[in-house]
Design a protein around this ligand. Structure first.
Ligand SMILES: Cc1ncc(COP(=O)(O)O)c(C=O)c1O
Length: 387
């Protein structure tokens, strides 16, 4: 089809073509790609649990007891005791009344926003919210009011301009491509003042932020003040699946109204068993996230000393801004040749002219390994005239 060929040629010409790199072994800080050992600096596997023996054993035991597929959606034949256990455990972990599982974080956002909002609603959405929030807002048919990234003055102005009693502010907790944390304290204050509901997607805070690793609500020390919290089990928790936590009535409502929950086959028992086990690890192994966040702070400081443009981040996500998509791709390729895997993130995932290397740390990266990455980045950055 001509329009497809033209599209593909256009994105190739603009340095926006995307290709897979296939791993031939487990995911940890070192991965195998075509028999090469490569240092991974781009994964959301923040606590390096994807190849943890305890999680693998949990999956194996669940397969022996329950088999593999779940056989249907949760409301038909796909509900196992394990699902119930995990929902209770997530609610307990997040300190809320109840939880509901979705198959992915993407489906959690889409299902929740469309279950709540329709064309009578106004949704205030941060300009850098994740695609799944944007898609949920669009699908809902509600009026979408985008406010400037983390800009509370702009949000306040827009709240005043769009009055009404069916309003929701929706934001990432940690912004996935920028690594910064939404000013939840201010957002919640504005929401309360104006009688607006709040929804926070804490995909990248869960397991990483807060004293108990429960995420950005704990980081800000806000108990039960966010109406709807979304999270995912696919990042720090090294499993799969999304969830929503909040009041019992919210969860019961979503069970009846969220189409991405109702009309999709449930997560498999092995996946659920992994999540149950990794929640325990997150709870009990605080040292992992302390080390992760300390290293991330140190590493971004060193990058700045080298002359790189790095966005301010209090998380494990460190965005090294390049600007041009082509240059970002070249830098990523040069690093790959040196045995380091960092993905170039380009439009439409990020705004035009803000292509970047999205560097993410794992709790197991050592200072020696990080120094090696800094040396390689320095060399490649100089070769390309970036620093
Ligand atoms: C902020 C945010 N929300 C939701 C998701 C989707 O989560 P999942 O990968 O579980 O679908 C992601 C992951 O890419 C994300 O970064």
């Amino acid at each position: 089809m001509r329009f497809i060929d033209e599209y593909l040629k256009d994105i190739k010409d603009r340095g926006l073509y995307r290709e897979f790199k296939f791993f031939s072994g487990p995911q940890s800080k070192y991965i195998s790609i075509r028999d090469r050992k490569v240092l991974l600096m781009a994964s959301n596997n923040y606590l390096d649990l994807c190849n943890d023996d305890r999680l693998k054993e949990a999956a194996e035991a669940a397969i022996r007891t329950y088999g593999v597929g779940s056989g249907g959606s949760r409301l038909t034949t796909g509900s196992y005791e394990l699902h119930d256990q995990l929902e209770k455990k997530i609610a307990d972990f997040k300190n809320t009344e109840a939880a509901i599982l979705f198959n992915t974080g993407y489906m959690a956002n889409i299902g929740t926003i469309t279950a709540i909002a329709d064309k009578e609603w106004t949704l205030f959405s941060d300009a850098l919210n994740h695609a799944s929030i944007i898609d949920g807002c669009r699908l809902s048919g509600a009026k979408i009011v985008v406010y400037k990234h983390c800009d509370m003055e702009d949000l306040q102005k827009k709240i005043k301009a769009y009055e009404g009693n069916k309003r929701l502010i929706v934001t990432d907790g940690v912004f996935s491509m920028d690594g910064d944390i939404a000013p939840l304290d201010k957002i919640i204050a504005l929401a309360k003042e104006n009688n607006i509901l709040t929804m926070v997607d804490d995909a990248h805070g869960t397991g990483v932020l807060g004293d108990n690793g429960t995420g950005c609500v704990e980081y800000f020390n806000f108990k039960e003040q966010v109406d709807i919290q979304v999270g995912t089990l696919s990042k720090a928790l090294a499993s799969e699946g999304g969830f929503v936590v909040g009041s019992k009535s919210l969860v019961t409502y979503l069970r009846h109204k969220a189409r991405s929950f109702i009309y999709s086959t449930a997560l498999s028992p092995a996946t659920i068993a992994v999540s149950l086990c990794s929640l325990d690890i997150v709870k009990n192994e605080k040292n992992k996230r302390i080390r992760l966040l300390e290293n991330a702070q140190w590493f971004q400081g060193e990058l700045r000393k080298l002359g790189f443009r790095v966005l301010e981040s209090n998380t494990a996500i460190i965005p090294l801004i390049i600007g041009s998509a082509e240059k970002a791709t070249k830098l990523s390729e040069k690093l790959f040749k040196k045995g380091i895997f960092i993905t170039a993130i380009r439009p439409p995932t990020v705004p035009e002219d803000t292509s970047r290397l999205r560097i993410t740390l794992m709790a197991t990266h050592s200072r020696e390994e990080l120094k090696h990455v800094l040396d390689s980045l320095k060399e490649a950055g100089m070769e390309l005239g970036i620093i």
